[in-house]
Design a protein around this ligand. Structure first.
Ligand SMILES: Nc1ncnc2c1ncn2[C@@H]1O[C@H](COP(=O)(O)OP(=O)(O)OP(=O)(O)O)[C@@H](O)[C@H]1O
Ligand code: NI
Length: 350
């Protein structure tokens, strides 16, 4: 495996939930890759399938009701969809780490953070208590927690939300993962702390060469940290490409609608309308009934096949992006900022 081979390749992923009311096809034929050392963002409104796509990788959801019904997930040469529960548990602990939105729920309130961190370290490494303790201190120090050796004695409730998220990141790093999956890790934090945590992730990535799969509904956050972006809507990929291409030349009307929701860009109340019923998605493009550019052809057949557009691996699933995209982008006056120019954060639309 060379440096350029994807660390993670997800192809044609279908993940469903079988409920009393019917089957929800939460992820309905999704492809993306994550290379070593890069950050890929999954972005889309609430309910678009971002979390389910992430949880499919190591099958974190309950099975049943959840089930991967088709597709392939290859991590460093291993087909994860063929792995046993035991093999998945090993991979989850040792090579793929998760960081979640609410560190509260992930930390055990009755143990000190030192105890929890030592547990994580000792689970993955055959080291003495003293060595594990030294590593715990080093990890806390590395994630920006000052007076780390004193903090080991603290209980989760004694730490702020940002601190708790730093502890979670330290725990996620304890196994020296190749892939970090971070699902809205900063959404619960205020904007300043959010920016600090994003910077921390970028620094750690540069240091350890970790691939990061990052979930957010906030394109402001995407601009800060992504190398590449995958735009999801109702379980399908609408557009994907480098962050620069997607921001500079957004081709899918959905991507443009999301970009218009960035602070200062005009669209205040979010995108009009709502996601389709996940049990009965419409024919044609899933976005057609909310799309300002839709034509009758958009509501028949399947989600349009991907077409390549200008840029590196830039692809869009839209029948008429050429005719629709250019005038809209030019006339809207949207001036995509370079990622480095963004300092504000905050919610966009939901
Ligand atoms: N356990 C479950 N049972 C039934 N449906 C589920 C389950 N988990 C997720 N879903 C459905 O799958 C779809 C995708 O959900 P998912 O949580 O992946 O969205 P998301 O993009 O992560 O949204 P958010 O931004 O709110 O986190 C939604 O329609 C959701 O209701
Ligand atoms: Ni989610």
């Amino acid at each position: 495996m060379t440096q350029d081979d994807p660390l993670l390749t997800v192809e044609n992923l279908h993940t469903s939930f079988h409920t009393d009311d019917g089957t929800v096809n939460a992820v309905d034929g999704v492809d993306f890759t994550v290379r070593r050392g890069e950050t890929v963002c999954l972005v889309g409104e609430s309910g678009s399938g971002k979390t389910v796509a992430c949880e499919s990788i190591t099958q974190l959801f309950k099975r049943p009701p959840g089930e991967i019904t088709a597709g392939s997930i290859v991590f460093d040469g291993i087909e994860l969809t063929n792995c046993s529960e035991r093999e998945l548990t090993d991979i989850r602990g040792a090579r793929i780490s998760h960081v979640f939105q609410n560190p509260q729920n992930a930390l055990n309130p009755v143990y000190t953070i030192g105890w929890q961190l030592l547990e994580a370290i000792e689970l993955h490494q055959d080291v003495s208590r003293a060595a594990a303790r030294a590593e715990a201190v080093e990890l806390l120090d590395r994630v920006g927690i000052s007076e780390a050796s004193d903090r080991l004695e603290a209980y989760p409730h004694e730490l702020s939300g940002g601190m708790k998220q730093r502890v979670m990141i330290a725990m996620a790093l304890a196994c020296q993962p190749d892939l970090l999956i971070a699902d809205e890790p900063t959404t619960a934090l205020d904007v300043t702390i959010q920016a600090q945590i994003l910077r921390l992730l970028k620094d750690l990535q540069a240091e350890y060469g970790i691939g990061i799969l990052f979930v957010t509904h906030d394109l402001g956050v995407v601009a800060e940290i992504a190398d590449r972006v995958v735009v999801l809507y109702a379980g399908k990929v609408m557009e994907r490409g480098t962050v620069y291409d997607v921001f500079e030349t957004p081709c899918h009307p959905y991507t443009r609608a999301l970009l218009d929701c960035l602070p200062g860009r005009g669209s205040l109340g979010g995108i009009p309308g709502s996601l389709p019923d996940p049990m009965a998605p419409p024919a044609g493009c899933r976005f057609h009934d909310r799309c300002p550019d839709a034509v009758p052809d958009c509501s028949t057949g399947d989600q349009p096949a991907f077409e390549s557009v200008v840029g590196e691996d830039h692809e869009v699933s839209c029948l008429h992006y050429r005719t629709a995209a250019e005038p809209t982008v030019l006339e809207s006056g949207v001036e995509p900022r370079r990622p480095s120019e963004r300092t504000d954060g905050g919610d966009t639309h939901d």
